[in-house]
Design a protein around this ligand. Structure first.
Ligand code: G6P
Ligand code: MG
Length: 211
């Protein structure tokens, strides 16, 4: 029986996915002089900062010193945080707050399972933070999705077994992680872009209750 819901943050509850994209795009242009596309950005979804930076350097075919690599990530993060700081409760994605509220009213335990180290800032800015019983994010795990670590940690924080949890995810890496962790998955997005899910909806505003 399903007792808990684990939500990815970026692209599921809040529209920070576009901020990540814009910040990486700016870095690609300013540091490497190339145009980073929305198609290339698909591989960055759900993937932690270091792994994204490695892909970005690979696309530019450039090898950076550890110091330059660190500086690039820091710059991207500064631009990203600047955009997140401007968020308000109106920036939660359509139906997201209501979906979590309804789940909680039915007795479902709710957690965040996100690779982001900036998770808490976005949750606070959008006033979603009080809805969650646990937050597993990039500050408490080391292995990037598709490794299931972040979701297993979220389930553990909720005191549930993986099989009692549904993971809501907009990235392929995250759906693969949910499956590897033995959880039910609900893809948020289009069936053209995502596979290997148990349920799918274009957004939480059109998502069925899963029990
Ligand atoms: C999420 C996003 C990724 C992002 C990652 C790390 O998983 O989908 O695009 O790279 O978090 O975010 P951070 O805020 O720690 O750089
Ligand atoms: Mg996401």
């Amino acid at each position: 029986m399903i007792r808990g819901y684990i939500f990815d943050l970026d692209g599921v509850l809040v529209d920070t996915a576009k901020f990540h994209y814009l910040a990486w795009k700016r870095l690609a242009k300013e540091k490497f002089g190339y145009d980073f596309t929305i198609e290339q950005n698909e591989a960055f979804k759900g993937v932690n900062r270091v792994a994204c930076m490695k892909i970005l350097c690979g696309l530019a075919d450039v090898q950076l010193s550890p110091e330059e690599f660190e500086r690039g990530m820091q710059q991207k993060n500064d631009w990203y945080i600047e955009m997140v700081r401007g968020m308000t409760p109106a920036d939660a994605l359509p139906g997201a707050r209501e979906y979590v509220e309804r789940a909680k009213a039915r007795g479902m335990l709710c957690a965040i399972g996100s690779a982001s180290r900036n998770c808490r800032l976005a949750l606070e800015k959008t006033a979603l933070a009080p809805l969650f019983d646990a937050v597993a994010d990039g500050t408490v795990v080391t292995r990037a999705k598709p490794d299931p670590e972040v979701f297993l940690r979220a389930a553990e924080m909720l005191g549930l077994a993986p099989a009692q949890c549904v993971v809501f995810e907009d990235s392929q890496a995250g759906l693969d992680a949910a499956r590897a962790g033995g959880m039910t998955s609900c893809a948020i997005g289009s069936p053209d872009a995502l596979h290997g899910w148990d349920f799918i909806a274009p957004g939480l505003d059109e998502c069925p209750e899963i029990s």
